[in-house]
Design a protein around this ligand. Structure first.
Ligand code: NAD
Length: 382
């Protein structure tokens, strides 16, 4: 006899949440979507069309969480709601898949860690890059000892669609996101921790708002702007909440960052994130005492280059084309969430690590805003 499906409720049902609605409703075996919560009628209407009339549709996330038919909850609302909504899920002792970043403050993450300890449920994060075959290959190379002891790690993050994704809505305001090293960088900071098996201990950073932001009114929307035909960032054809002017006054996050870090074990690391590059990809370069390994998203390869006398040079792993967003990471994350619930085990992206990537992002923003001051990265005391 086949097992009963895990019944999922989704908080925040469009955009990223819409991915999870479709995935758990149509693609992931052993799951069904039984409830959706959002603050906008049009998103709830679309949710009902996809899932069918039997599903609970509500504007009250407590109602969704406490619905007796909901076994597990996906929280895919904007970042500043993660802590409050995630805590409510854990307090109700339901399984939780919480989008990244875990919260917009370190204290918020620590409250989630403490609540998880009490709840005894499965708690995974939306850090789907850990599931990307590309990073799995790099992890195997590093863990095998092939490149020796890791001593240096450089990551370059080219966010070519930065304006499109991050500067026309809530992402660009510190009060809503803390900043983009946390919002966007949490993925790559997490991969740096994951691949090395070490956490950052201290950081220093420089950054600024070098292209976006400006003196346009906060309520100016691209379709209403007199410069819409000439502005290189005009976001037309999108709902009004995605088309605020990228050069408006309230934009106060940085768009160009350079972070230096020390990781446990004396690994020297650097992370660069720029939001106005012409291309969109990320390079992770890891150097050990015997060689180095790096990824190339454009050719879908991982290359290992060995130093003299340490073996063959340039071993290139070409990956199979992947299905799904984030280099195949998203569908794997969804399947693993269901499997983890059935098997009563953690996911690959554990809450402790998620908290540590938030802590690095927060520390790096603090450093930027204190003119590059060195900041120790805190550890949770749970
Ligand atoms: N893991 C990834 O790679 C990845 C990719 C994209 C987005 N995300 C994360 O997913 C989350 C959502 O991002 P998005 O771009 O879809 O945002 P969004 O602004 O499009 O909002 C998503 C949904 O949440 C709804 N919403 C707004 N306020 C809400 C509230 N108080 N309670 C419940 N729902 C609310 C919106 O109406 C919308 O339907 C963010 O935390 C983001 O960081 C993760």
């Amino acid at each position: 006899m086949s097992e009963k499906p895990i019944r999922i409720g989704v908080i925040g049902v469009s955009n990223r949440g819409g991915y999870f609605v479709n995935a758990f409703h149509k693609e992931v075996e052993g799951a069904s979507v039984v409830a959706g919560m959002d603050v906008r009628d049009e998103h709830l209407d679309r949710f009902r069309e996809i899932v069918g009339p039997e599903a609970l549709v509500t504007k009250d996330y407590h109602e969704l969480i406490n619905h007796p038919e909901v076994d597990a909850v996906v929280v895919a609302s904007p970042d500043k709601f993660h802590e409050e909504q995630g805590l409510a899920v854990l307090k109700a002792r339901k399984h939780l898949l919480l989008e990244k970043p875990m919260a917009i403050t370190v204290e918020g993450c620590d409250r989630l860690l403490a609540a998880h300890k009490e709840a005894g449920v499965v708690f995974g994060l939306g850090l789907s890059m850990r599931y990307m075959p590309m990073f799995q290959v790099m992890k195997r190379v590093i863990d095998s000892g092939q490149i020796g002891e890791v001593k240096a790690y450089w990551c370059n993050h080219f966010v070519g669609k930065g304006g499109h994704f991050y500067f026309h809505d809530w992402h660009a305001v510190r009060a809503d996101s803390t900043g983009l090293l946390l919002q966007k960088g949490t993925h790559d900071l997490d991969i740096m921790h994951y691949l090395t098996g070490r956490f950052a201990t201290r950081v220093a950073a420089f950054g600024g708002l070098d292209y976006y932001g400006g003196d346009k009114p906060n309520d100016l929307h691209c379709p209403d702007c007199p410069e819409k035909d000439t502005c290189p960032e005009a976001q037309l054809g999108w709902p009004d909440y995605f088309s605020l002017c990228a050069f408006r006054r309230e934009v106060d996050v940085e768009d160009n960052h350079v972070v230096i870090m020390e990781l446990e074990g004396g690994i020297r690391a650097a992370y660069q994130e720029c939001h106005f590059t012409p291309d969109y990809h990320r390079d992770h370069i890891v150097i050990g005492t015997k060689g180095r390994v790096w990824n190339d998203e454009l050719t879908n390869t991982v290359t290992v280059k060995m130093r003299q006398r340490h073996g063959d040079s340039d071993i290139v792993h070409t990956l199979h084309p992947t299905e799904g967003e984030h280099g195949g990471g998203d569908p794997r994350l969804c399947r693993d969430f269901i499997a983890a619930i059935r098997e009563g085990r953690p996911l690959l992206n554990d809450p402790y690590s998620a908290r540590m990537s938030v802590a690095v992002g927060v520390a790096a923003h603090e450093s930027i805003r204190a003119m590059g001051k060195m900041i120790e990265v805190s550890r949770p005391n749970v």
